[in-house]
Design a protein around this ligand. Structure first.
Ligand code: TMP
Length: 404
């Protein structure tokens, strides 16, 4: 039993995964000592937040060795350019607007704002990716955002018209301080928007691999509405995004008298239909997760028994949860190919599967590939048309195991 990080209420445990390594803790050598933590998620019946029970210190995950680089997917590059265009549209009629992005990573979004000459600031504690953002002509400060940082930014730059973050609000344990910081940093007519993997997608697809050390919170309209209210803010809109396996973008403003979009009412109604506001909504989730793991492992074993080789595609952060929880290791998967240069020639956390370059996959004649980057399926299926035409199969597993 644990206490909710937002409102201190006693939470209900949803799934206990046991000991897990850091999702992006790729190993250089097989005998490196690995840090493990006890991973479980719980639901708060008072403020509806689904959250990790035990967390890992941010410095252990977001440091100068952070392996996740945003600009590895074309679809994501296009998605982030779209966000930049939306922001530019929002501030088009403002005098000297100021845009702040939390977790700007390599500048995938802010570089478009910088190119338009708009006053901006990226907040990025991982110095290796912050350096990449600077190369993209983005102004960056290497800090964690909270109420104190918000004060400093206001003193140096003034208040902001837009505060945003993609796949970063779910990373921040002290999210109360971020929302407090948002009320300090934003102008009265400013807007905070952020997007993260959507809890309803996770429950509907059983995509439990979204649960890992970096994701402290699994947001829904229900929980964001309650969180905003705590800080004198208001959830005014929510728009579904077809990225990262299903995400939600939440729009938040100061005050309590703003017009609320129908999207918010509809979204919350759908969440209530799936009972995400009560413990019952989470009971079937664990059963489905365990069934998927069992089916996937059996499918891989069957392929191996028929003397076929299996490789995998995309050494994603989330695959750390899948591979460790389902206990899928190098006995089943020969290697994982990935296009991220600093993952190549390393080993997966906990399961120790070697990671090879994309060229190794192209040169290979393996015909069974576990699609770990399942959230990029559309892009990858388009890219690997000839692999599939030659009889190559991809194995996917949400909401059920399919070999296609
Ligand atoms: P993500 O799911 O967290 O965005 O991570 C995607 C991972 O998959 C990242 O390590 C890059 C890799 N990847 C490839 O290797 N090839 C591809 O075509 C795509 C889209 C991703």
């Amino acid at each position: 039993m644990s206490q909710c990080r937002i409102c201190n209420q006693t939470t209900h445990q949803v799934i206990h995964f046991g000991k897990m390594p850091i999702a992006n803790g790729f190993l250089r050598e097989l005998d490196e000592k690995e840090f493990l933590f006890d991973m479980s998620v719980a639901f708060c019946p008072q403020c509806f937040m689904v959250q990790l029970e035990e967390t890992v210190k941010p410095e252990m995950m977001f440091n100068d060795n952070y392996q996740f680089v945003s600009s590895t997917s074309n679809a994501m590059a296009i998605h982030f350019e779209g966000i930049a265009q939306e922001i530019a549209g929002k501030v088009a009629d403002k005098q000297d607007p100021f845009i702040v992005e939390l977790g700007c990573n390599d500048g995938i979004m802010l570089k478009h704002i910088a190119a338009k000459g708009i006053h901006h600031l990226g907040i990025e504690p991982s110095s290796n990716v912050a350096a990449m953002a600077r190369k993209n002509k983005v102004e960056v400060t290497e800090k964690f955002f909270n109420a104190a940082t918000a004060q400093e930014i206001v003193q140096e730059h003034g208040q902001a018209d837009v505060l945003c973050g993609s796949n970063v609000f779910c990373h921040i344990e002290d999210i109360n301080s971020v929302f407090e910081g948002a009320s300090i940093l934003l102008k009265d007519d400013g807007v905070l928007f952020f997007e993260d993997p959507y809890l309803l997608d996770i429950v509907q697809k059983s995509s439990f691999d979204q649960i890992y050390d970096e994701h402290v919170y699994y947001y829904s309209g229900l929980s964001v509405q309650a969180l905003a209210q705590r800080h004198g803010l208001q959830l005014v809109d929510m728009v579904h995004q077809d990225v990262h396996g299903g995400s939600m973008r939440y729009y938040i403003q100061k005050g309590s008298d703003k017009n609320i979009s129908q999207n918010v009412n509809d979204g919350i109604a759908a969440e209530k239909e799936w009972q995400l506001h009560q413990t019952e909504g989470y009971e079937a989730f664990k059963t489905k997760v365990d069934q998927i793991c069992k089916d996937l492992k059996q499918t891989l074993k069957d392929i191996k028994q028929q003397k076929n080789r299996i490789v995998a595609y995309g050494a994603t952060s989330k695959s750390t949860t899948l591979l460790n929880y389902a206990q899928i290791g190098p006995d089943l998967i020969e290697y994982i190919c990935d296009t991220t240069p600093n993952k190549i020639n390393k080993y997966t956390p906990g399961t120790h599967i070697p990671i090879k370059s994309y060229d190794a996959f192209l040169a290979d004649d393996a015909r069974n590939t576990l699609l770990l980057a399942w959230n990029h399926k559309k892009e990858i299926f388009a890219k690997e048309k000839s692999y599939r035409e030659k009889g190559g199969k991809f194995i996917t597993y949400f909401p059920e195991v399919v070999v296609e």
